[in-house]
Design a binder for this molecule. Sequence first.
Ligand SMILES: [Zn+2]
Length: 233
Amino acid sequence: MIILGIGAHPDDLEILAGGTLAKYDKLGHQVIMSHLLNGDKGHFHIPSKTLVRLRKREAKKAASLIGAKSIGLNIPDGELFSNLKTRKTAIDLIRSTHPDLIITHSPTDYFSDHTTTCQIVCGASFLAAAPLFKTKHKSHHLIPPIYFMDNVCGVNFLPTFYVDISETFKIKKRMLGCHQSQLKWLKEHDQIDMLETIETVAKFRGLDCKAKYAEGFREYEVWGRRVARRLLP
Ligand SMILES: [Zn+2]
């Protein structure tokens, strides 16, 4: 399968689904890690222009650890709205990558960049398969199933699917470790050590499903998206 992860910011997929994406890679699936926003507001001292370049490098390095392609769509942080332009951008992301499955943010996460990403992805992934919705790329051959990642720190999210990431937790941590600018920002701005946080959350989700470490997901439960087999690894 081709798995398309669509996060809001350059480090979100690593935090919320890095172990699962690494597991897909280990099983021989093709993983694409994309983010809609360029991360230009995520620092106290580094100017936005420099930060965008740095974060692009960090995301590429993290993706390369699991042989994934990294695609950044360069929308400034906090400037993501669900409109025709972003719909077309997301449709072209989907049409150019041909995913069998999309992993993105849940509609109840903590920040509008995340929830708007979810809204845009749900709409665009349906229309990507409509040939008369014209964009730069040809229409996609299916309306892909979507799985929503856990909310940050698991707040207000009850998983209905779990992925045992005991074997890939180390690589998830290394992937997040590539985002040095964000580990610093999250410490200074939010007073949290994100490397410790992902371990706590993975252990907590693991308690729920009898695994050492786990990540939680929910399926996008609407008509036309569901299949009669397990798609998560
Ligand atoms: Zn984010």
